[in-house]
Design a protein. Structure first.
Length: 767
């Protein structure tokens, strides 16, 4: 001002052009630590971010107060837009240590404002909002910037852990040796990855190289993926393989020669890694890949019904990680990895849709579902996507499976409304399935028969054929039965042919030496397919009015499949559970073929949907199976008249016939005779149903048969009856005289007999 000395120092104005002036401060903490108010050691990445596995977000933003004018910069604009205006950032190639791409939305990328979707609004403060990164961190799903160590006691998801907290070093110790580990990885990519091709091989190779240099820096989600791959590869080994013994931990009590034991051990380690990573609330693309591959393995080792929960988790992860979206700021590798994961989700839902068709999966068709490129892994680069020069390539099988997903979903949606599923709809879908079969036959069997130089193509063809025959059974089931009001002879023929073809394909996968590396498939999903094929064929064999001249060949296929399922009980949980029921059905078919006309209506209700495992009365069949060997009528070579057995069931099993009712247990409200027919041993049943006299002495009426003697004694209480049946069997086995048998059976007061098994018929057995 005038009059003031020129050299006088003046304080700067508190404002400049209307913008508050603040003293610049150097940022001492990275963005996640600053947001979470944690101490940061300023390493790159810092220890806190490494501990919480958010290394990709560990960056140091610009100092505050750098805005020097009133001009709005991109950092001082807060976008008001929908969620589509927040595309995931462009990410760098992934490494095992940093897991850069893996779905954690990068909180340091520059926000790209979309003119069509964003409206600039002045920030209430001149602070640049951390380049929008702080808002991304707040809105991010899953969260990566929060302190997971704080508030753990009140974390509502803490109970989802699968076990106690374990240090990473302990998890690393669970890995097989380097040579064995790399053998299993190679085996996975050779025999299993093409069947469920969601991993990008070169990316995993780079991740593994980083892991080999410094295992301690690998993320838990990537470790879970590594364990999962090894677990699946172990399923391809045969019992007794030397690799199994090398991989078996010293503390394990499991059979060192059992591939299933090793596979479950490695899968348990993968689950432990996911638990430590808290995958219920924090996940990335590696997490999703691990969960998907694990779910695929469960479907093929233990059954599709065991994979529902994991599949639901994978679907929601895929939605949150935007695996079904097309983002311009992703490189080609990131894009294809996400699209492949989404394709894997849809493919796994195909299994559920075919096996449990009462579940409507049409909602998945409403999701935008970009198709992954049908190219080999070597054709995908960060900045380019080359056209594949070979066909079929590594994604061809997945392409056919995805088309089956869409087709099966359409079929099941139409079947849910039976009034609209008519002969025209059947013919329409029949033609679509046939067209798909022609396409994959030309791709994998160009000469029409298996090639010595491409056994993998033959295996892929067999796998796809099982799904096609499943769909044929679905669309023709409403019309195959002769008693159905919609009966169509053409559908009956197609239904029987499809079940036979399905079982013959199942035989190829089980028996052919060239398909030995793929035999692990029959332990789960493929056996489910065979189970539905065998019960469909059984229904055709039972329905005599609709049978044609192929009954003998169909029966041979059915019997061979029953033996095959029996042989797989030791390795397949599906076959272990299904075999007793299938055996019981075989017994019923044998009874019918021998000329007996009696079949319980409950057992062969034509309305039963044998393709819907939930509609079958498994409790009845399991009970029938438990007692099947006790029915003399069902013993091979038995001459017992079926009419006598039918008479017992129809006329002597009413509650009013006898004075005793069972009050509790499996036989509640049943009569004594009914229980005897179901539970006593074969010898007792034969004698009960015998037509000849039993040579009774003067102690009993000699004009009574053994059945009459048993009925005479049914006035006693149930406990006495069960005891006398036991005595009866012992007496008969020891060769006791008839009068002794009668004396043991008739008394109704408390028994005072003592059983003595000497083995000598001449020695008294009752004292």
């Amino acid at each position: 001002m005038p009059g003031e000395p020129r050299n006088r120092t003046t304080k700067p104005s508190s404002t400049r052009k209307g913008v508050p002036h603040k003293r610049p401060r150097k940022r001492l903490s990275c963005e996640p630590c600053r947001v979470s108010k944690l101490r940061c050691d300023r390493l790159q990445p810092c220890s806190a971010c490494r501990r919480r596995e958010c290394e990709s977000a560990c960056t140091f933003g610009p100092s505050r107060g750098t805005v020097t004018n009133n001009t709005l910069t991109e950092e001082s604009v807060s976008p008001v837009c929908d969620s589509s205006a927040f595309p995931p950032p462009s990410l760098e190639p992934v490494t095992a240590a940093s897991t850069v791409d893996e779905g954690h939305h990068d909180t340091t990328s520059t926000f790209r404002q979309s003119p069509g979707n964003a409206r600039p609004v002045h920030s209430p403060r001149a602070e640049p909002l951390s380049s929008i990164a702080s808002w991304n961190a707040v809105l991010e799903r899953p969260t990566s910037g929060r302190d997971d160590s704080a508030g753990r006691d009140i974390d509502p998801f803490a109970s989802f852990a699968f076990g106690p907290k374990r240090p990473k070093s302990e998890l690393l110790d669970l890995l097989p040796s380097k040579t064995t580990r790399e053998f299993l990885i190679s085996r996975y990519f050779t025999y299993q990855a093409p069947l469920f091709h969601i991993l990008h091989g070169p990316t995993f190779q780079q991740q593994y190289a980083d892991f080999a240099r410094d295992p301690a820096q690998a993320s838990l989600s990537w470790l879970a993926l590594l364990f999962t791959l090894c677990s699946l590869a172990a399923q391809t080994l045969e019992a007794g393989d030397p690799v199994l013994r090398e991989c078996q931990p010293s503390w394990s009590e499991a059979d060192p020669c059992d591939p299933r034991s090793l596979s479950r051990h490695l899968r348990g380690a993968a689950l432990a890694c996911l638990s430590e990573a808290r995958f219920m609330v924090r996940y990335d693309l590696n997490t999703l890949e691990a969960v998907l591959i694990m779910t695929y393995g469960i479907c093929h080792s233990e059954g599709v019904d065991r994979a529902w929960v994991f599949l639901g988790v994978a679907l929601n992860m895929g939605i949150v990680l935007r695996c079904n979206a097309d983002h311009l700021n992703q490189n080609f590798i990131q894009q294809q990895r996400r699209w492949r994961c989404w394709a894997g989700i849809r493919m796994l839902y195909t299994y559920q849709g075919i096996l449990f068709r009462d579940v409507d999966l049409s909602f998945l068709l409403a999701f935008p579902s970009p198709m992954p490129a049908e190219v080999d892994d070597s054709d995908i680069h960060v900045d380019a996507l080359h056209k594949s020069v070979t066909y079929p390539n590594s994604m061809s099988l997945m392409k056919f499976k995805l088309r089956l997903f869409e087709l099966s979903t359409q079929i099941c949606s139409r079947l849910s409304n039976s009034s609209t599923f008519d002969e025209a709809a059947t013919n329409h879908f029949d033609a679509l399935i046939g067209a798909e079969q022609q396409q994959w036959t030309s791709a994998f069997l160009p000469s029409g028969c298996p090639s010595f130089f491409d056994t993998a193509g033959f295996a892929y063809w067999c796998i796809l054929e099982t799904y096609a025959y499943q769909l044929y059974l679905l669309i023709h089931r409403p019309f195959y039965h002769s008693q159905s009001p919609k009966f169509l002879p053409s559908s009956r023929k197609r239904y029987a042919e499809s079940s036979v073809a399905l079982l013959e394909t199942f035989e190829k996968l089980c028996e052919l030496p060239t398909l030995r590396p793929y035999r692990w498939l029959v332990n789960g999903m493929t056996s489910f397919n065979a189970l539905q094929g065998v019960v469909a064929l059984a229904a055709c064999l039972i329905d005599k009015h609709g049978q044609d001249g192929n009954i003998a060949s169909h029966r041979a296929v059915f019997d061979a499949t029953v033996l095959r399922i029996e042989s797989l009980q030791g390795t397949s949980p599906v076959c272990e559970r299904a075999y007793p029921t299938i055996k019981a059905i075989q017994i019923q078919i044998s009874t019918l073929s021998s000329g007996e006309d009696y079949v319980s209506p409950r057992e062969w209700d034509p309305r039963t949907d044998w393709l819907d495992l939930n509609s079958i009365d498994w409790a009845f069949w399991e009970n029938f199976t438990d007692n099947a060997e006790l029915y003399a009528e069902y013993v091979e070579g038995s001459q017992m008249a079926g009419s006598v057995f039918q008479e017992l069931l129809e006329f002597y099993n009413k509650l009013e016939h006898l004075n005793h009712k069972v009050k509790t247990g499996n036989h509640k409200d049943c009569t004594s005779l009914h229980i005897v027919v179901q539970t006593c041993n074969i010898t007792a049943v034969k004698l009960l149903l015998a037509k000849e006299d039993a040579c009774i002495s003067e102690t009993g009426p000699d004009d009574k048969t053994a059945k009459s003697l048993a009925l005479y004694n049914f006035s006693s209480d149930l406990s006495h009856l069960l005891q006398t049946l036991r005595i009866y069997g012992e007496l008969r086995d020891a060769g006791a005289a008839s009068n002794e048998v009668f004396a043991a059976m008739v008394p109704t007061d408390e028994d005072t007999y003592t059983m003595m098994r000497s083995g000598d018929p001449g020695i008294a057995v009752i004292t």
